[in-house]
Design a protein around this ligand. Structure first.
Ligand code: CU
Length: 188
């Protein structure tokens, strides 16, 4: 009697080619993926790591010593590249932006750097307001709505309940933080 061993080969990765976020930079299509990292706290004016996973919403009235500054890294690859070979996109900057219920919109302070083929944004105090935080990208040296493109809404705060998070993401949809793009998402 012969026994055959059936080997199950993984389907080629292309079957799973995905593109969590798509951005078109200088006529070229890239995909990007965010990885949230542990946030920082300010101790005597200096940022020090915490074990609290970003994103963290800085609640209204919270004393600054307790604020957790959010941190994340973004990786980029050429759209359709199943191996996700990391790409560094010259002069690309990602920044936090808020669209408010009253129609105002504004940025906030942050730090940004390219590190080992990923872009890291940190020191972002995502303060609770009647509005919705998002990330946008630009190649300009200023952070304005006009000269940037919507990347993603910031959702799923780790210091909020599921219920509160889902209220907030409904709110984001209604505020339409996608700017000129009507808040649509890329779910390809
Ligand atoms: Cu605001």
């Amino acid at each position: 009697m012969k026994f055959f061993i059936l080997l199950l080969f993984a389907l080629p990765q292309t079957a799973f080619a995905h593109c969590p976020m798509e951005l078109n930079v200088d006529g070229k299509s890239y995909c990007s993926e965010i990885t949230w990292l542990d946030g920082d706290k300010k101790v005597q004016g200096k940022l020090e790591p915490t074990t609290e996973l970003s994103p963290q919403l800085v609640l209204m009235g919270e004393i600054p010593q307790k604020w957790v500054y959010s941190r994340a890294e973004f990786s980029f690859w050429e759209k359709g590249d199943a191996s996700h070979t990391p790409q560094i996109i010259d002069n690309l900057r990602i920044f936090p932006y808020m669209h408010m219920e009253n129609g105002h919109h504004h940025s906030t302070s942050y730090e940004y750097a390219w590190l080992n083929e990923t872009a890291e944004i940190s020191a972002v105090a995502l303060q609770e307001m009647r509005g919705c935080w998002s990330f946008r990208w630009t190649k300009e040296n200023h952070d304005t709505l006009e000269d940037s493109e919507f990347l993603m809404n910031i959702e799923g705060y780790n210091n909020l309940s599921d219920e509160k998070n889902s209220e907030m993401s409904d709110f984001c949809t209604s505020v339409g933080s996608g700017g000129g793009h009507g808040g649509h998402h890329h779910n390809h």
